[in-house]
Design a protein around this ligand. Structure first.
Ligand code: ATP
Ligand code: MG
Length: 146
């Protein structure tokens, strides 16, 4: 689908950048005039995807993470989070609620949260090559903007 706007940010997989990515996504999304609830959903989804890239994508090294934001026709926000890290061998399993390779510190709910806070979520991953998560969310047209 042809984007009506686009922004891309690349950052190092340091945990400090999770908040940066979340805020950047919220700032970009502001042009669609989201409600506070919608904005909260977007921030949470970005936060989960970026945390995964940082924690799981690059468990033993620092690597690059790409946040790509696009607006599509009909008030749709598309969020892509990509890493070039270890990848996921079984994406179907990884997407299941409560599946985690993160031990007791993790609850295995990240993908489930991303899925429930957006309209669509696609995960593409190749072991040894990296992971790309693409989410789309339609932002309701508000009466005041009509
Ligand atoms: N970018 C990624 N690179 C490599 N593996 C990933 C990536 N994202 C997710 N995974 C794998 O998928 C599993 C499930 O991810 P999910 O976000 O649902 O749960 P979690 O990160 O383990 O726990 P939580 O998000 O609740 O803290 C992870 O434990 C990890 O094995
Ligand atoms: Mg997670």
């Amino acid at each position: 689908m042809k984007a009506t706007n686009l922004a891309e940010i690349t950052f190092l997989s340091r945990s400090a950048n999770e908040g940066f990515a979340r805020s950047a996504a919220a700032c970009f999304a502001a042009q669609l005039d989201p409600t506070l609830d919608e904005l909260g959903d977007i921030k949470t989804a970005v936060s989960e995807a970026v945390t995964n890239a940082i924690v799981h994508g690059y468990p033993n090294e620092l690597g690059r993470v790409l946040l790509r934001l696009r607006t599509l026709p009909e008030q749709v926000l598309e969020i892509t989070v990509r890493d070039w890290g270890v990848g996921i061998s079984d994406v179907k399993k990884a997407r299941e609620p409560m599946y985690t390779t993160g031990g007791v510190e993790r609850s295995g709910m990240g993908f489930t949260i991303m899925e429930s806070f957006t309209d669509t979520m696609k995960v593409r991953s190749t072991p040894g090559k990296g992971t790309t998560v693409t989410m789309r969310k339609k932002i309701a047209q508000r009466a005041s903007a009509r």
